[in-house]
Design a protein around this ligand. Structure first.
Ligand SMILES: [Zn+2]
Length: 220
């Protein structure tokens, strides 16, 4: 179809306006029912021996640019206390927890969904349903060795969209698989449930009791 320059300008303007409008009006899903009051706790304030590597505050993440303006991690208080207990249990074995992410504002879940191609959607949460991270009840975590202070090698990298991310992946070295399984067992002993598709992701048992939230870190 032949489009006159004037019409083309109009179409461009409408497309741009629609994109801006949809990003402005994007809102978390409305949830019915009763929920507990949010009590997000900053993890390193509760347990300073937990290490942070907040990838979403760097360019080393799915988006390729920082999506957090502050490198901080929060969880609902009972989940944060359970995480600290898992950290203490690991300490006896020479390891501690290295946290990549905890509470995540809903708007960030929306960004990840929008930029992920269809082939990778099983690794990201659908913003229509929200993520358990949005409720402050999910944590992305690995281990660091106390002696060296260094992150351990797992069978795959954090947020990698491949078979190496599966908790049941049989590749990698026996040491890598043993550490992945150690992380999972200590988290599960302390009230978290692992996710099959992501060795690093754990949900706290009471996640259904908390609402999806969209509060930025700067307001916490
Ligand atoms: Zn996660």
């Amino acid at each position: 179809m032949f489009i006159l320059p004037k019409q083309r300008d109009r179409i461009r303007w409408v497309v741009l306006f629609s994109a801006l409008f949809s990003s402005c009006v994007a809102k978390p899903p409305r949830e019915k029912g009763t929920f507990k009051n949010s009590d997000l706790v900053e993890l390193i304030k509760l347990d300073p021996t937990i290490k942070l590597d907040i990838r979403y505050a760097t360019s080393k993440n799915l988006a390729g640019r920082p999506v957090y303006t502050e490198a901080r991690a929060f969880l609902q208080r009972p989940a944060a206390e359970a995480l600290s207990r898992a950290n203490k249990a690991l300490e006896l074995l020479g390891y501690r927890l290295l946290v990549f992410d905890g509470y995540r504002p809903w708007s960030v879940t929306k960004i990840f969904w929008d930029i992920t191609p269809a082939t990778g959607k099983q690794f990201v949460a659908n913003p229509k349903k929200g993520s358990r991270h949005n409720r402050g009840c999910a944590v992305d975590v690995s281990l660091y060795e106390i002696a060296s202070g260094k992150e351990v090698a797992m069978p795959g990298e954090y947020d990698e969209m491949s078979e190496r991310s599966y908790a049941s992946y049989a590749g990698g070295t026996p040491q890598q698989r043993a550490l992945r399984d150690l992380l999972r067992s200590k988290m599960e002993e302390n009230g978290f449930t692992g996710l099959d598709a992501e060795w690093w992701h754990f949900d706290y048992k009471d996640w259904k009791s908390y609402r999806i939230q969209n509060i930025p870190f700067s307001q916490l």
